[in-house]
Design a protein around this ligand. Structure first.
Ligand code: URP
Ligand code: ZN
Ligand code: ZN
Length: 460
């Protein structure tokens, strides 16, 4: 099958020009001008042609606080595709006392059966007796060279510093990469218990009991442990300015320290936690939303490359029956928000259109750098001969009205309900097959394949 994407404005992390993209089978064959080629033509005149998005932080088919995320690998990846994302990396969660490969295989089989875009896995380590070291070695050697650990959620997923250090040291020996959820779990736990004891039970306590310093302290500690273990570290869902200062200072010292933020931290403030009738529960997450001044620091971090990635941390729940589990106790509200469907549009509108970042940086943040950091570049994250034909045609002038009424994610609310933004994903190709046409999903369940990632990250 030969396809030509004709006459679009081709934008990569480093280039910007008008041309055609020639696709043969699953790969990009050439980029240039191909007026005579006998092929199916997709007209991209007046639109942007971008590499498919790479979202390295999603939670699909995932248990959390006694319930499951509202999206499974099918609905979640359909939402991803509609949002221009053609590769995701999700998080299998190890059970205590269980070889990490067990959860890894369970996640893989669900993804294999259902995913409509390509998928990789960062294994979450919850428990690490020495006998599980070979499992880490195995996962690194078999295409999943990155692990996540939690410094939050004591009694559930939190690991202590010694375990973090052990996992980091082993990962360093294997050439892998460690992702850290940075919040001081024990201190937050105490603050939560004090709030509940004082009768403060509402969603707004999500921000009160997780102040920025608890995020900054854990971020500094994670960086220190990674420095000691000589391993590259990636701070997930960074929200607080002080945490970003810790990342920036480490990078200035030349340490391999990286961080992502998410659209909700760039665009929503903690004020929404006060929404009446328990509405604030929709925005409960960890770390919590912060104030305007933090947002400004995050935008600056995206420009200065102290933040290298915008992921979504897509953790969708329904308000009805799921967020409501915490009506009498904010600590029981399943934490997280949906986001995978709107990352491209939101970052384009509020980043590029508002003049905060340029087009190349936009592509870099949502596609190229995550592909590089997580060992799948240049197969993913670029428009070049030999790369997978994962592409989106993006209409920069089309208006989009964000509403739960028309979204693909199975969450029953939209955190950006009623927002009007400009810039829409029109067509998406996954390895040379059109999976979104005119903004509608036209792909098939199960066609997403395992993203076998290498340890040789082209780190930036
Ligand atoms: O609450 C948030 N941010 N997401 C849920 C899982 C995680 O990444 O900690
Ligand atoms: Zn996390
Ligand atoms: Zn997450």
């Amino acid at each position: 099958m030969t396809i030509v994407l004709r006459g679009g404005r081709i934008v990569t992390a480093s280039q910007d020009y008008v041309g055609d993209v020639l696709i043969e089978g699953e790969r990009i064959a050439a980029v240039g001008s191909f007026p005579e080629v006998d092929a199916e033509v997709i007209d991209a005149t007046g639109r942007l042609v971008l590499p498919g998005g790479v979202d390295p932080h999603t939670h699909l088919d995932a248990p959390l606080k006694g319930t499951m995320t509202a999206d499974d690998f099918e609905s979640g990846t359909i939402a991803a595709a509609i949002g221009g994302t053609t590769s995701i990396i999700d998080f299998p969660v190890q059970q205590k006392g269980e070889d990490p490969r067990v959860s890894h295989e369970a996640w893989a089989s669900r993804a294999e059966e259902k995913a409509v875009v390509d998928w990789g896995l960062h294994q979450v380590i919850v428990d690490l007796p020495d006998e599980y070291f070979p499992a880490l070695d195995y996962l690194i050697a078999n295409g999943s060279p990155s692990f996540k650990m939690f410094m939050a959620y004591p009694g559930a997923r939190m690991v202590d510093d010694a375990t973090i250090f052990k996992a980091m040291r082993r990962t360093a020996d294997n050439g892998g990469f460690v992702l850290m959820h940075c919040e001081n779990g024990p201190v937050i736990d105490l603050l939560e218990r004090e709030a509940l004891g004082a009768g403060r039970t509402g969603p707004e306590e999500n921000a009160v009991t997780r102040p920025p310093i608890t995020e900054a302290e854990a971020t500094s500690r994670a960086i220190a442990l990674a420095e000691l273990a000589r391993v590259p570290v990636y701070v997930v869902h960074l929200a607080a300015a002080q945490a970003l200062e810790a990342v920036a200072a480490a990078r200035k010292r030349g340490l391999p320290v990286y961080a992502e933020t998410c659209p909700h931290y760039l665009l929503l403030t903690e004020d929404v936690l006060m929404e009446p009738d328990f509405g604030g529960a929709k925005y409960v997450m960890c770390p919590p939303l912060r104030t305007r001044s933090h947002q400004e620091r995050l935008w600056m971090g995206l420009r200065t490359n102290d933040l290298q990635v915008v992921s979504t941390d897509h953790t969708p729940f329904r308000f009805a029956g799921q967020k409501e589990l915490g009506r009498d106790n904010f600590a029981k509200i399943p934490n997280g928000v949906p986001g995978i469907e709107w990352r491209t549009t939101l970052l384009y509108h509020f980043g590029v259109r508002k003049g905060r970042i340029d087009l190349n940086r936009f592509v870099d943040l949502i596609s190229t750098t995550p592909a590089k950091l997580f060992g799948c570049y240049p197969r993913k994250g670029d428009i070049a001969p030999g790369s997978d034909a994962d592409l989106m045609v993006f209409d920069p002038e089309k208006d989009v009205f964000l509403t739960a009424a028309s979204q693909a994610t199975r969450s029953d609310y939209n955190p950006y309900e009623g927002w009007e933004v400009r810039g829409a994903v029109e067509t998406v190709l996954l390895r040379g097959t059109v999976i979104v046409r005119d903004g509608a999903f036209v792909g098939r369940r199960g066609v997403g394949t395992f993203l076998r990632r290498s340890t040789s990250s082209a780190l930036t």
